[in-house]
Design a protein around this ligand. Structure first.
Ligand SMILES: NC(=O)c1ccc[n+]([C@@H]2O[C@H](COP(=O)([O-])OP(=O)(O)OC[C@H]3O[C@@H](n4cnc5c(N)ncnc54)[C@H](O)[C@@H]3O)[C@@H](O)[C@H]2O)c1
Length: 313
């Protein structure tokens, strides 16, 4: 089958399955045999869950922290129970989904996967280190994907010495089980086949892929995060209370969530890291991170995940 025809069929099947119930059937066949997800935080866990439930692919979830893995498993069980309670999934299928996901602290387990998605914190040096390890420890034909929100894919690929052409970005949105769009980004070195394999896999996960250029923040965060930062500057300069800021954007501008609640949900450390990448890589003062945002991260007030942000959780 020609590549174009295959892509069209994959998209068509994906679109048809999108109308079907969440559930028990894979959206479209994927030739991925095992996925490894590095980082079991909110994004890594969401990716693992959707890969297991939608694409029916076995997943190895890797984290350096036993505590994070424990939290992830607890949260996974809660999400599955919720789906069963809402009638979105049978008990049997939730067990099947759960059983396809295994957790480990052993990085070398990436070797068994043919598709790897990195979802560790938005720290450039950390991602570069992981991709340099992947170049030697991953299978020779595995796709090496990053979920970075803003870091250059070309730079991440450059760290994967000898495997540069297999590096791509599959930028899932939060919460992964809910948001349909996935931003795909190639580095200068990415082979067209790598992009195609990424497109096929996210489609098999029931997602709608779109392609963005490799530029700071890509498309989604280039537009979204400066908006969140501006809302925080409005709060720090006393233009409104947090409730007023969130209320006018929700009730006046039809945003599904207020910007401060959304920043808390994303994670204030992640928002700050993205603003820093935008600011330092463009040198444009319009991307200056809010002083209040910086201070809140310094205080360890990271939003929902730490229990305190603009709101208490
Ligand atoms: N939070 C969002 O809304 C969102 C949306 C899209 C993309 N992203 C991106 O996804 C990535 C992950 O974000 P998150 O919100 O899930 O972060 P998080 O802080 O919730 O989770 C990160 C996880 O990585 C683990 N980790 C740290 N170092 C590691 C290492 N060396 N090896 C393995 N695991 C390690 C941590 O223990 C933690 O469990 C970031 O690049 C972020 O920018 C986040």
């Amino acid at each position: 089958m020609s590549c174009m025809l295959r892509t069209r069929n994959v998209r068509l099947a994906g679109a048809m399955a999108m109308r079907a119930n969440f559930s028990t059937t894979a959206v479209v066949a994927s030739d991925v045999k095992r996925l490894a997800v590095i980082g079991a935080g909110q994004m890594g866990l969401g990716i693992a869950l959707v890969a297991s439930s939608k694409a029916k692919v076995p997943v190895t979830l890797i984290d350096t922290s036993e505590v994070s893995l424990g939290k992830a498993v607890k949260f996974l069980d809660k999400l599955l129970q919720k789906d069963v309670a809402k009638g979105k999934m049978t008990v049997e299928y939730s067990t099947e989904v759960r059983d396809r996901i295994t957790t480990t602290t052993q990085f070398s387990d990436v070797g068994a996967a043919d598709f790897i998605i990195e979802a560790v914190p938005e720290i450039p040096e950390l991602k570069f280190k992981i991709f340099s390890q992947l170049a030697t420890e991953a299978a020779a034909d595995a796709v090496l994907s990053t979920n970075t929100s803003s870091i250059s894919i070309t730079k991440i690929a450059a760290a994967a010495i000898g495997a540069e052409s297999r590096v791509v970005s599959t930028h899932f949105m939060n919460p992964v089980p809910v948001q349909k769009g996935v931003e795909l980004i190639t580095g200068l070195q990415t082979a067209p086949e790598t992009l195609q394999r990424a497109m096929d896999f996210v489609t098999a996960m029931g997602k709608i892929p779109s392609v963005s250029a490799d530029s700071p923040g890509f498309l989604a965060n280039r537009i979204l995060v400066p908006y969140l930062n501006e809302a925080i500057i409005c709060l720090e300069t006393g233009l409104g209370t947090k409730e007023d800021i969130d209320s006018i954007m929700k009730n006046g501008c039809a945003m599904p969530m207020g910007p401060l609640a959304l920043a808390d949900f994303i994670g204030l450390d992640t928002c700050l890291a993205i603003m820093r990448v935008l600011y330092t890589s463009t040198g444009d003062s319009k991307y200056r991170p809010s002083v209040l945002l910086t201070k809140m991260v310094d205080a360890g007030w990271l939003g929902k995940k730490s229990g305190k942000g603009f709101y208490d959780y």
